[in-house]
Structures are given as C-alpha cells and as structure tokens.
Design a protein around this ligand. Structure first.
Ligand code: 9MR
Length: 396
C-alpha cells in the first residue's frame, strides 16, 4: 500500500507544480484510458506537448484532410504560404490571402501557430534575387529590404504566432562545408555577412514581442564529435554566442527530416540534443518530422513490413528524445499523409519519389505503424521521468 500512496501523492504534486491541467487530463493520468481511437492531440495534451503538422492550404478543400488536420493536432505550420515568394510576389505588394486562410483554419480549431518562415535562402521572389544579381538592388538597400520584410510580416501577424522560425537553414552541412568546417551559407550570408542572423532576431522581437523566436535547421538531430564538421555543435555555439550578446532567441527547431537509409539514432542521443540546448536557456521543438523510406523498384510483402517498422522506430525515438526534456515544447510532422508529402517529388539522389512514404498515414489517410508508435509513446510515458512541458515565456 505504502509505495502506491507515495506515487499518487507524487503525481498530485507534479500536477500542482505545473499549474494543473488545462484540458482533459492530469499529467500521468489520462481522463479516459488511451486507445487506438485517441487523437494525438488528446494524448499529447497530458504532457503539455503541442503536436503539430504542416498544412497544405489547397488541401483544406478536401473534407477528410481538413477533418484530420483540425482534430489530430494542436499546432499547425503553413507549409508554404508564409514564405517570401508567396507573401510579396511583386515588390511592395503583399498578398496575405493564402496565409489568412491558413490562420483562420488554425483559429477555428483552437490551434497554436508556428510561423514559417521570416528569413530563408529559398523561395525568395524573383524581383529580389534578380535585383541583387543584376546590381539594381545594392547591398545596403538589401539590408533595409530584409528589415522591412521581417518587420512587416511579424508585425502583420503580431499576437497570433506562438513560435516564429525567424532564421531557417543558415549554415552548411558537413558534406558541403568548405575549408573542412561548417560555416554560414546562402543568399543572405553571401550578401550581408552572418550578422544578418542577429539583426533578424532583433527586428522580429521589436515587431512581435510575444512570439517565441526560433532558429530552425535540419541535420541537427543529435550532436556528433563536437569537431569542425559537427553541424549541431556549430548551431549550439552560434546560439550560445547570440544569447551572450543579448540577441532575443528563444528556441531551436530541429526539423528532423530523417530517412531509414541513414542515422540509426538512439533515443538517448536525440534526448541529449534537447537537454543540452535547454541548458543554454532555450526551448527546443521538433519542427518538420518525417522519415523517408528508400523505395525498392517493386515493393513486395517482404520489404514493406520492415520498412514500416524502421520508420515507426525513428518517429518514436524522436518523440522519446523530445519527451525527455521539459523544454521540448512541440513535435510537428511535415505533412501527415503519404499522398501529399513533399518527398514525393524531391530528388534525394536516387531520383524523384524514390525516397518517400515518409509520413504517419498512407495515401488513403489510414494510420501507419508510425502513427501507432506515436500514440503508444504518448499514452504510456509519464511521471516520474517524463514530466509536463515547462511554459516558455519569450525573452527568458
Ligand atoms: O514542403 C515544402 C515544399 O512544398 C516546397 O516545395 C519546398 C521548397 O523548398 O519547401 C518545403 O518545405 C521545406 C521547409 O520550408 C524548410 N525545411 C525543408 C522543407 C522540405 O524541403
């Protein structure tokens, strides 16, 4: 009897310290027994973990897509419609229509929004890249254009964004690093130098003081050897230096685009990443999770099952790593159905669509093994080792 009682008291203390439950359940004690019918959202609420998906705005016209997107997730990210080429296709003329359609959907489902993305090297409008290339936009003018963009976009959505991806994918990978070390890459670093990163965070904070400001990147799932080709270490050092200088950065987003071809991370390695960033005083989030499978020429019964299992393991290990840190506040998948994933058309080196089937539901929206693995992990993780997420105020 005794140990049991201690456990019950312990759970009550945990619930009290974390401010009580906001939704249907207390930490460690679901309101009703979890089952295969439980939504990811309900299961994740227990941990105060936001569970999310990227939204393809055009797909919202499909009732089944809309229904799943609205009920299974508590946070959403616009897959494309908050990118610069969509928001300002013509210089000085902003078009908010697609982004507002997305925002209205989130609002109607009481979902928090990850804003994606203020500064990135891709999906820039032609007037901008061509203007810089032909010299009609000078470098000095370019900095003003970037400032104006960050302030206009963050200002437009002020008060409506939970987390902003302020700067996305600013650094090289180990495979394209020059001089044997990771460094800054792409349009913005080439034209403005790496100082644009700190500038962007400052401008974003001025425009929307309540949003959590994130640096977001891929291939930072786990630390490597800590040497000059360790991308996670580079990002860690960058964030530490920004914080020391008082630059307003609140979080690091690990995209987690995995493939069963590579990696084989253990949940311990993945947890270590979250825990180390938390010690810098920043939140973490998994922002674009998907796990590709290399498609054999002909999928047979013999190959499909191991592929599904390998994928489910990666999805679950990523979630375990996140749950291990109370500062890991959201887990977002980059689309939830195999019919629509960006991986269907992308060439990962072996031809477009050869690495695909990366999401948690098949093309008919049926849950895959990866979906069941996420449900189970959320259902049966809990105190004393997995505690509710800590609320992250901006500017901590
Ligand atoms: O999923 C997005 C796809 O529809 C776009 O064609 C592509 C263009 O670069 O961007 C995809 O989303 C990317 C995200 O914005 C940033 N991280 C990598 C994602 C996958 O490429």
């Amino acid at each position: 009897m005794r140990p049991r009682r201690t456990l019950v008291i312990g759970l009550a203390v945990v619930a009290a310290l974390s401010g009580g439950a906001t939704t249907t359940a207390v930490a460690g004690r679901p309101a009703s027994p979890p089952s295969q019918d439980s939504t990811l959202r309900a299961l994740a609420d227990r941990h105060r973990l936001a569970i999310g998906t990227a939204i393809d705005v055009d797909a919202l016209d499909d009732p089944q897509y809309r229904q799943i997107a609205g009920t299974d997730f508590s946070t959403v990210t616009a897959e494309n419609v908050m990118k610069w080429e969509v928001l300002e296709p013509v210089r000085g003329q902003y078009d908010w229509s697609q982004a507002e359609k997305f925002m209205a959907f989130a609002k109607s489902n009481d979902q928090r929004v990850r804003g994606h993305v203020l500064v990135w090297n891709n999906q820039l409008p032609a007037w901008l890249t061509e203007g810089v290339a032909d010299g009609s936009i000078t470098k000095t003018e370019l900095r003003g254009i970037l400032r104006n963009h960050v302030k206009t976009v963050a200002g437009h959505f002020k008060g409506r964004i939970w987390q902003w991806d302020v700067v996305n994918e600013a650094v090289t990978d180990s495979f394209d690093a020059t001089d044997g070390r990771i460094g800054y890459k792409g349009f913005w670093a080439q034209n403005l130098g790496p100082g644009y990163v700190a500038d962007a965070f400052r401008w974003a904070r001025e425009a929307d003081p309540k949003a959590l400001l994130f640096y977001n990147d891929y291939n930072i799932d786990a630390f490597g050897d800590g040497g000059p080709l360790d991308k996670t270490q580079f990002v860690y050092d960058m964030v530490r230096d920004l914080r020391r200088k008082g630059v307003p950065i609140d979080g690091v987003g690990s995209q987690a685009h995995l493939s069963t071809r590579y990696g084989n991370y253990s949940a311990f390695q993945l947890a270590d990443m979250h825990l180390r960033f938390a010690k810098l005083g920043v939140a973490t989030a998994l922002t674009e999770v998907d796990v590709r499978n290399l498609l054999p020429e002909t999928q047979t019964g013999d190959t499909v099952n191991p592929l599904l299992q390998a994928q489910a393991y990666d999805y679950a290990a990523l979630l375990q790593g996140c749950l291990a840190s109370r500062q890991c506040i959201s887990y977002t998948v980059w689309g939830f159905d195999d019919g629509r994933s960006w991986t269907n058309t992308w060439d990962f080196g072996s031809g477009p669509g050869r690495e695909a089937l990366a999401t948690i539901r098949d093309a008919s929206y049926q849950p895959k093994l990866a979906y069941r693995a996420l449900q189970a992990e959320l259902a049966w993780a809990g105190p004393p080792l997995v505690l509710p997420r800590v609320t992250q105020p901006p500017g901590r």
